[in-house]
Design a protein around this ligand. Structure first.
Ligand SMILES: Cc1cc2nc3c(=O)[nH]c(=O)nc-3n(C[C@H](O)[C@H](O)[C@H](O)COP(=O)(O)OP(=O)(O)OC[C@H]3O[C@@H](n4cnc5c(N)ncnc54)[C@H](O)[C@@H]3O)c2cc1C
Length: 456
């Protein structure tokens, strides 16, 4: 490979996305500095029992805890699917490693550290260094102002040809709107600040949401709480059932009102006196350091305008984002996006003109709108019916499209099949899917594939 151009690139964040971006950019011949405000790699996967003082994390000046992991968290994808294409997430027999197929968070953290060592990514990272501002100077270059987390102050500015944003999007909570909640005397918490079930002992908890975390946390809390009521838009107004297998978890529609006397009402006339509302309602994209003079905005959780979720057309390829899509298999998608960014920066891969990229983004947004899909689902790549109807990219089509741009191999067929098998198994056995499955044939196929990669 002979790169056409070598660029000075700043990568913001050394979570999984930043590690992969750094590796692929350097492999393409670029000079890379990865800024990381924490003192380790791993981002989300650095578990901490520390939570934020403001339990809803609404105060913009609060001390921010990056990770949203809870202590008991195990992956919701099998390690074969979840791992990088280039560096399979295989069982390690050394030390105290977690050998389970759906391991605990500590094993993912170690795997990311292994990845960093394997590809020499550490030498590009400036730890404990927070990026506080990114903006364009008058010469078409990017200025990055960073400061040491411990010393604070104004920081220093440096000039780069390109900036790749990999700051993660599971830190800034989204909160459900509940009429009357300001007068309601109970405690509200966002799952960003949930770690262990003990504080919920003997409490009546209303948990809002139906995501993977909501499923896990509701079951965990029910082991100690008096009652757990799962409020979700997907539950019909008439439903009053308990969750099969539990006598203290109720499925409720979205709550209607909160009252001064501590009660919460639901559309079907049910009123519950509750102690805690736990918002498992997701997160917002947040780029407090990024100043593009209004070119890139976050509007109802749409980061845009972006060409294929990566490049703002008028700033491409000099500004890019890795890891915005959700309801995806993140790690391999970071590899596809990073290869694409690295190749476009060197000039090996060409992009359409800014005008064409803008038209492409606009057409995508129009198709969402005409299908009635809210802006906040812009980066959702789930195979939900609505997205099929809009004829939009699902994650594997998207990855395949990028791989065609890069001239690199597509997603392995076994990975696609295993992802589908896991999704079905998770729906059928939400409590036990991590320990009971029926796709051993695909596991065998995956390991045959890994053996070829490892022997190379
Ligand atoms: C509860 C939960 C469970 C999950 N479970 C799974 C799972 O089972 N399987 C799976 O594949 N994925 C899972 N995910 C998704 C997970 O987020 C991705 O796997 C992946 O870790 C995202 O990597 P990232 O690099 O994009 O972001 P992050 O891991 O968040 O990394 C971003 C990094 O940027 C740094 N940073 C941010 N701002 C700055 C700044 N201004 N200056 C310098 N550094 C900065 C942060 O410190 C951090 O290290 C889960 C996420 C959550 C929240």
């Amino acid at each position: 490979m002979s790169p056409v151009t070598t660029c000075d690139v700043a990568v913001i964040g050394a979570g999984a996305a930043g590690l992969v971006a750094g590796h692929h950019l350097r492999r393409e011949g670029h000079k890379v500095i990865i800024f990381e405000k924490q003192s380790q790699v791993g981002g989300t996967w650095i578990y901490t029992n520390k939570t934020e003082p403001d339990s809803l994390s609404l105060d913009p000046n609060r001390p921010v805890t990056h990770s949203s992991l809870y202590l008991s968290l195990r992956t919701n994808l099998p390690r074969e699917v979840m791992g990088f294409k280039e560096y399979p997430f295989v069982v390690k027999k050394t030390g105290q490693r977690d050998e389970r197929r759906f391991p605990g968070h500590g094993e993912v953290f170690e795997y990311l550290q292994d990845y960093g060592s394997e590809f020499g990514v550490y030498e590009m990272i400036r730890f404990d260094t927070e990026v506080i501002r990114v903006w364009r100077d008058g010469n078409g270059k990017w200025k990055v102002r960073s400061r040491k987390v411990k010393s604070g102050g104004e920081g220093v500015s440096e000039v780069f040809d390109a900036v790749v944003v990999c700051n993660g999007h599971y830190t800034e909570p989204r909160i459900a709107y509940i009429p009357g909640v300001d007068r309601w005397p109970g405690k509200q918490i966002h799952s960003h600040n949930y770690r262990v079930p003990e504080p919920y002992r003997n409490k009546v908890v209303i948990l809002i949401g139906s995501s993977a975390s909501a499923v896990d946390i509701s079951r965990e809390i029910a082991s100690v709480a008096k009652e757990v009521h799962i409020a979700s838009r997907s539950t019909s107004n008439e439903e009053t059932a308990t969750l099969p297998g539990y006598d203290n978890i109720w499925l409720r529609p979205m709550m209607e009102n909160a009252y001064e006397d501590g009660t919460i009402s639901f559309p079907n006339g049910v009123k519950i006196s509750a102690d805690i509302i736990l918002h498992c309602t997701g997160y917002k994209y947040h780029f407090p350091f990024l100043d593009t003079e209004g070119i890139v905005t976050v509007d109802d959780n749409r980061v845009g305008p972006l060409y294929k979720h990566v490049f703002p057309p008028s700033l491409a390829p000099w500004l890019s984002f890795v890891g915005l899509p959700w309801k995806v298999v993140p790690f391999p998608q970071f590899e596809f996006q990073s290869q694409w960014i690295a190749g476009t920066l060197s000039g090996r891969i060409s992009l359409p003109s800014p005008d064409e990229m803008t038209k492409d983004a606009e057409a995508f947004y129009s198709s969402l709108q005409s299908s009635g899909i809210p802006k906040r689902y812009t980066h959702n790549m789930d195979g939900i019916q609505a997205i099929y109807m809009a004829g939009l990219f699902l994650q594997f089509d998207y990855n395949d499209w990028i791989s065609t741009q890069c001239g690199s191999p597509k997603t392995e067929e076994w990975r696609k099949k295993m992802y589908s098998a896991t999704s079905l198994n998770r729906k059928a056995r939400p409590e036990t899917y991590r320990d009971e499955w029926e796709d051993d044939d695909l596991v065998f196929e995956a390991y045959q594939d890994f053996a070829k990669k490892i022997s190379k």
